[in-house]
Design a protein around this ligand. Sequence first.
Ligand code: BES
Ligand code: ZN
Length: 555
Amino acid sequence: MEHMDIHSWSRPDLVRIRHLELDLDVRFDRRVLEGSVTLHLDRFSGDELVLDTRALEIHSVENAAGFDLGAADPVLGAPLRIRLQPDTAWVRVRYSTSPRASGLQWLDPPQTAGKLHPFLYTQSQAIHARSWIPLQDTPAVRVTFEAEIRVPEGLRAVMGAEMSGSHFRMEQPVPSYLIALAAGDLAFRTLGPRSGVYAEPALIDAAASEFADTEAMIGAVEEMYGPYRWGRYDLLVLPPSFPLGGMENPRLTFATPTVLAGDRSLVSLVAHELAHSWSGNLVTNATWSDFWLNEGFTVYVERRVLERIYGGARAEMEAVLGRRQLDTEMAGLPEADRVLHIDLTGRDPDDGCTLVPYEKGALLLRTIEQSVGRERFDAFLRAYFDHFAFRSITTADFLAYLARELPNPVPVDEWIFRPGIPAGAAEPYSDAFERVESGWPADTSAWSTQEWLHFLRSQQPPDMPRLERAFHFSDSGNSEILHQWLLMAVQTGYQPAYPKVEQFLKSVGRRKFLKPIYSELMKTPEGAARARAIYAEARPTYHPIAQATIDGIVS
Ligand code: BES
Ligand code: ZN
């Protein structure tokens, strides 16, 4: 399975990293990681090892015949070319990161819940690992690793790996985008025999109660798709500036605190990141054009988990919400971005991250399931995870395997290579949502978060004052409902909610929430002025990848 990844300078077909040893100091005073990485090599041909780097300062390369740091490309960063002696099996690079490394966020104490200690975390997907480790930053290459991480007294470092004190070890080979580190004032609470949660002490109780179903979720996926292969499954709740909902770092999912709703209503995120332990972490997209193999499979598995734990009605609501959001987003996308196998030539893979790989991908799998029956489809998926375990595969690999193992009448090529949703697609349906749509509601006491979201989205046009009087959405403690409400406030120019809009944009860094609100504000001159004023203040508190996204919207 040798494929060129256009988002990496590396040539793993010539020389390939097999194992790495990190030795790093976390320097909060200078906002840098500093130390070395020792790279153990498999050599196939030639005497050059090419690594990816971005904004790294390279101090020296040991056990090599020389090195050269090339010119930086704006998307890819700079290639580090290392000349090898004929029998060299390892090299050691001494380096430090930039304070503006795209894969790191350094938080000052005021940006944390406890307000007393600084916090650092990494976000390596898609191509940011290279901003904190010089390596072959392509999902086609898998490495095992060990790490020794030194943090200031009183703080704790955690990694997506087996942990013992300051030492970390990952014995299963993982792609670079799954290497993850965080450091801060962290408490731990056990959830189950092989699961637990890390969070700042102020949040640990809320986190442990929100994620109480984690162990049951692990069991649910195992029953369907085979054993969990990573030993432990822990979660880490990050400060609110975390730009994502969640990130599936192996053994240690990183999660936004905005899912702590108090009623477990947003734990589909846990089901999602956990599902990646099969789709993504075990069977990995070989290039970022194959990203739908990671996310589409994961959303499919996520909904199957929800069905088993919370019932079919809940899973179906999530499917309908996803289907509607997909249509809304696709309407604004160029045709080339409405296909599953996406052309990313000249682009940052982060830009290709829309709902298409997620929801269209999941809908394709559901359509195949519908066509062959659930039993056969589950047997296929189980065998697929097993067959490709710990490997990185392309869309072509999947297509060949599907044709061989599960012949079916679904026009799979059309789904993957052509824009839009083909005829014959499965159609998620929720009768609960049907009731939500039938006029002004009489009794909402038993409504779920999903019903509230559907209710808000089906108000066309919304009577904002009446909605606020009846349901006080501006005071919602549920981040998804509040976000939907504030977005509608901006869409309709509902001034009474504007202070809340400002407060929200200044306190949350989750890109999925920021992007729609800033985009909507930019549609009017007054809104644009407001967006600029808010962003001027909020920008320094956002993660570099959220900054990059919002820089492209607010100008
Ligand atoms: N792996 C993704 C996050 C990601 C995607 C990071 C692309 C960088 C580039 C993660 O599993 C994910 O999909 N997170 C979602 C939440 C999920 C519940 C749909 C998110 O962060 O919004
Ligand atoms: Zn995902």
